[in-house]
Design a protein around this ligand. Sequence first.
Ligand SMILES: [Zn+2]
Length: 361
Amino acid sequence: MKNKKIIFVTLIFTLALTSCSNNNDNSKTNISSKEILNEQAKKDSQAKKVEVIKISKKLNAEDLKKYKPNELGLVMLLEYHSIARPEARWSRTPENFRKDLETLYKQGYYLVPFRDFVLNKMDVPLGKSPLVLTFDDSREDQFRYIKKGKEIVKIDPECGVGIIEDFSKKHPDFGKAATFYVLPYVAFGQTKEDGKKKFAFLASNGYEIGNHTVNHPMLPTLSDEKVVKEIAGNVEGVQKLLPKYEVNTLAYPFGGVPKNLKLAEQGEYKGTKYKNIAALLVGSEPSYSPNSKKFKPMLLPRIQAIQSEFTRHFALFKSIPGYKYISDGNKETITIPNNLPEGIKNTLREDLKNNKKLIRY
Ligand SMILES: [Zn+2]
């Protein structure tokens, strides 16, 4: 409460938000919505040069009507396992994964790092909806090198990372992020040396590595000591491959939450400490916004990345106005429509610590 700096603004027909300074973006102030859209439309061979514009401008009534920003809306955290053929309950084919990205891109989603979502510091362009990709179990088909003997030729364009890399090169205005919940002694199959290179690649290319324990146990069945051993053991294992990497998010194996939830948050086993800022369940709903008081970082639901779940959730987002999170393009403000569906309205957190301004319209 002490840092609460919420300014309620009533909007009638015109609205002028105070433009917040954005040091990274000095040359891009006062751009028009048209320019933003033009930027987003570029996805040809020059795509690499296209910058995603971070909005730092005054929104007017027309912008609000057009983009309908809603930062109390729900966010999809998608959960993938294998990227392999044939399509199955725990396996999405490379073709379908590419198609998922294409569909999500066309529907205005924008990839954000999971940590940015949890810490409520997502940087999402105006009108876009944040999307979190997660992959569990560190299977080889998520990140595979094509090799000639011991030599690495390239990242397999058919594996999860290969597909994301290719897609984000063609569509830099889709963002690039995904979190891999690894079993450190599996580490995407192949060799241990390859595992080291893959972890290093992930960490330096916009991806995150998360904790999925060591042995993938049902945590609710374990003693407190064993829960701590599993979670700390993952950190130790990851750091053997990538020294000093900070593992601070967790995906519960099978979605099973330990009896003592505090142990998911922090603990220590034989000198290895861990502290998780968030933890993920398995099913089966979109997450509340980090601006919502219903947001529970240690119990965040995910949506299985299978066709039936996509179909179900796309239909919900389409049919319920105010259900989906839509960014106002400004990290310093929270923009919320007055009309929101039950379950979402009146859920704004009162303890917003990050000095954001609240805009209602
Ligand atoms: Zn798993």
